[in-house]
Write a new protein. Sequence first.
Length: 425
Amino acid sequence: MVKVFKFGGASVKDPSAIQNVASILSRFPKDNLIVVVSAMGKTTNKLEEIVSAYQHKDEYTFLRLVEELENFHFDILHALFPDRHVKIYDIVNEVFHLLKARFKKSFSENYSYEYDQIVSLGEIISTHIINAFLVERGFSSAWVDARLLVRTDNSFQEANVDWKKTNELIGDYLEPMFALNKICVTQGFIGHTSEGMTTTLGREGSDYTAGIFAFCLQAESVTIWKDVPGMLNADPKLFEDTVLLKQISFKEAIELSYYGASVIHPKTVKPLQNKNIPLFVKSFIKPDENGTSIQEKTDFDNLVPSYILKFDQVLFTITPKDFSFLVEENLSDIFKRLAEANAKINMMQNSALSFSILVDRKRIDPEKLLAVFADSYQIRYNEGLELITIRHYDEKTISKVTENKEILVQQRTRQTARFVVKKIK
């Protein structure tokens, strides 16, 4: 049986963090491990800036950002591998050489394609460094290229997995690898098309990669190592006295991730649920603690209310210009236009004459959305709002999180209450 471990950017952000990863892995000498790793620290953010500089043909900014990223990684290399002749230096050098050379090529019309080819390099570099460090420390470890194993479609930046082909590729490749090695280090977040082009699975997609490998290998379990004790009932940066959710069901985890809980990627849980593979969220700072267990049983789901906040929201209200009732035909047209505008809806509500949606401000240009509807609809919007979601609510918790806030929209089901609010000045 195989265990799948996932380490995010915070857990590999510097030399001491990488040494800590090795310490955690040393606790499992008898297990075959798939170790899924994200880019180091804030590397993905920096690579996104590099893509932007490349797109705008700003060579000075492009080279400056690449140099900063190169220095960051080589500082880590120098701390982990004082011997400059170790092969890992050549490997990382080559990645940055190819990245710099890319600027001389024209930027294609498909931004998402260019994004995936560049931003995916963060995971390539981090996994090479970590695997080299494990080998240096005497671990039986091999580097595995997820760009050869996770097959996707051509939806760059939000690629969809071809499960049948991925299952075949992972099974065929990893069985002989585990005959020779106890640990396989691979990249989160990335895959490949049938033509061999690199794709990414969406921001924070490394958790999803762990789920993909676990599903295809019928893994014993998946553990996501975080800088928090496990899944908490609220963001500790926003709420005092947060509570650890010691055990929740797959269903509850899917609900929480759907509404925006940041601990687990929304797509991660489903493949694990399909094969009843338990998921653990544990602290890489205190690896002896139990953390959160996610599995089939629903017995503990409603013991603690959970709060999820989304900031910088925009509420759009769409009304037909002829004030006709909103029926199926209107709604179909509205959804078609929203899809064309690539609007990701966090909440929606309709009345007889209007349809309201809530979206992240950073993911939509209000003026562009106005233009999409200008011919047949009136559209108004309100910015600077918050979306509050409470799972397993009561009136006390609602009063607590909506204090000093004006409620613009509210929705309630038996288990979930949602509020679009504006701070009262």
